[in-house]
Design a binder for this molecule. Structure first.
Ligand SMILES: Cc1cc2nc3c(=O)[nH]c(=O)nc-3n(C[C@H](O)[C@H](O)[C@H](O)COP(=O)(O)O)c2cc1C
Length: 425
């Protein structure tokens, strides 16, 4: 059974990883899967440096293709590398794709206008898509080809299996042989196959998660990120279990369980397949505030319990601008994944994201991602603490008697100063 060891629990400062430059540690005679996290700037002093190194994986920028349609085959993953994405996480694979049967339509969208007018901007996206339905052998060949053609770029295999140790071990072994740089474990697929203890069925059950994570981390020889489901009361609990069971990182969030809507003409739910539907996973801009909340909760737990040099956080949910990404990084994320944003805007989105993130960094004189990573986390506290702080501030303001309490207090001599004391700008 996995437990928190002293080497896993951090003792120092969350942001103390800046500038550290060690390329992996030796444990029990073999090289650890954990490498260094952040290099110093590699570019000119004038331009902010977007590059990050996470669990030993060096990326030109923190923008990662999230598992889903944008990483579903060789052609689209190649496109992602060519456009400049920092890393690509492929669509989730399992041993037997024949068991994965998708339906169409499988998406439904929410627009920001009354009753889903076709002209409104898309703000929410529901899918009932399963993991990859392509044969594993085909996907593995494509991973291998991509790694041969882009040896310096980061390709991450996303995997999901049944509650069966041998099956997980076989899948890990076969995916690792293609040369992928890391594994993301899909403990979070919200629909399909819970009866086979797959996806969210594992991520929602900490005991099961600990056991399966233990199998995975005993087998894997490359970094492992555990992808968390938001469909749980306290997401920091499974995140803690995943990290203390040997995973180097957590990714969050996968999609949020949802029903997109009911068609008021046909009275049938959407997306409608032969007159019926099933709850799906919600993504895109509408989920961004929920994702920020979940990532904040994980980041707080990681800050107090895990060493920031060896454990990483990949934030996901509703990213379409550099500002959205900056928010996740300000909470402590090392990388930021985008899935639905790419489905809506295409692979070129990464150029806009990089420009906007650089603009944000220039505005604040940040030269590297590590300069501001986690900087906003300390400003989250309890409501009780907010009340205490506000009462203290009111007392202080009263003490300096700023402004006049009543019109009877105006004086002739101090009139101009008294006027100024009540101006806001
Ligand atoms: C159509 C679709 C398919 C997805 N398939 C997968 C998948 O196979 N594996 C996985 O881990 N996440 C999958 N996801 C979840 C995304 O990777 C991501 O966690 C989620 O959509 C939130 O991010 P976003 O708002 O940027 O899309 C899928 C999402 C969508 C929209």
């Amino acid at each position: 059974m996995a437990s928190l060891s002293m080497t896993q629990i951090r003792a120092g400062n969350w942001s103390s990883g800046f500038g550290l430059n060690w390329a992996g540690k030796v444990q029990g005679g073999s090289r650890s899967r954990v490498g260094f996290k952040v290099f110093a700037s590699e570019t000119q002093a004038t331009e902010p440096d977007l590059s990050v190194t996470v669990n030993g994986l060096h990326m030109p920028n923190p923008f990662v293709i999230g598992s889903g349609p944008p990483g579903t085959n060789y052609t689209v993953m190649k496109r992602a590398f060519d456009e400049g994405w920092g890393a690509v996480i492929a669509k989730t694979v399992s041993l037997d794709a024949a068991k994965v049967i998708n339906v169409t339509p499988r998406y439904a969208r929410l627009r920001a206008s009354a009753n889903g007018s076709a002209k409104g901007e898309i703000i929410g996206w529901e899918n009932i898509e399963l993991i990859s339905d392509r044969p594993l052998e085909t996907m593995l060949k494509e991973f291998k080809q991509l790694k041969e053609e882009y040896p310096d770029r980061i390709l991450i295999g996303s995997i999901m299996e049944e509650y069966n140790k041998a099956a997980w071990e076989e899948l890990i072994d076969r995916v690792e042989q293609t040369g992928v740089d890391a594994l993301e474990i899909n403990f979070s697929c919200p629909h399909g196959m819970p009866e086979r203890k797959m996806g969210a069925a594992v991520g929602q059950d900490c005991a099961l998660l600990e056991e399966v994570c233990g199998w995975i981390n005993a087998k894997a020889t490359i970094p492992v990120w555990a992808k968390m489901t938001p469909n749980i009361t306290d997401i920091s609990q499974p995140a803690r279990v995943a990290l203390s069971s040997g995973s180097e990182g957590v990714s969050a969030i996968n999609t949020i369980m949802s029903v997109m809507g009911i068609n008021l003409n046909t009275l049938r739910p959407e997306p409608c397949v032969e007159g019926y539907s099933t709850p799906g996973g919600y993504s895109a801009r509408a989920v961004h505030p929920i994702a920020l909340g979940k990532v904040m909760s994980i980041a707080k737990m990681m800050k107090s319990e895990f060493d920031s040099e060896n454990y990483s956080l990949s934030a996901i949910g509703g990213v379409e601008t550099g500002g959205d990404a900056a928010e996740f990084i300000l909470l402590g994320a090392n990388t930021v994944q985008v899935c639905t944003g790419v489905m809506m805007h295409g692979y070129g989105l990464v150029n806009k994201l990089c420009l906007e993130l650089k603009d944000f960094m220039k505005k604040h004189n940040f030269t590297s991602i590590e300069d501001f990573r986690g900087a906003s986390l300390e400003y989250f506290t309890t409501h009780t603490e907010l009340v205490r702080r506000q009462q203290e501030a009111i007392q202080k303001r009263k003490a300096i008697k700023k402004g006049l309490q009543s019109d009877k207090d105006w004086t002739g001599d101090g009139f101009v100063k008294e006027s100024e004391s009540m101006v806001s700008n």
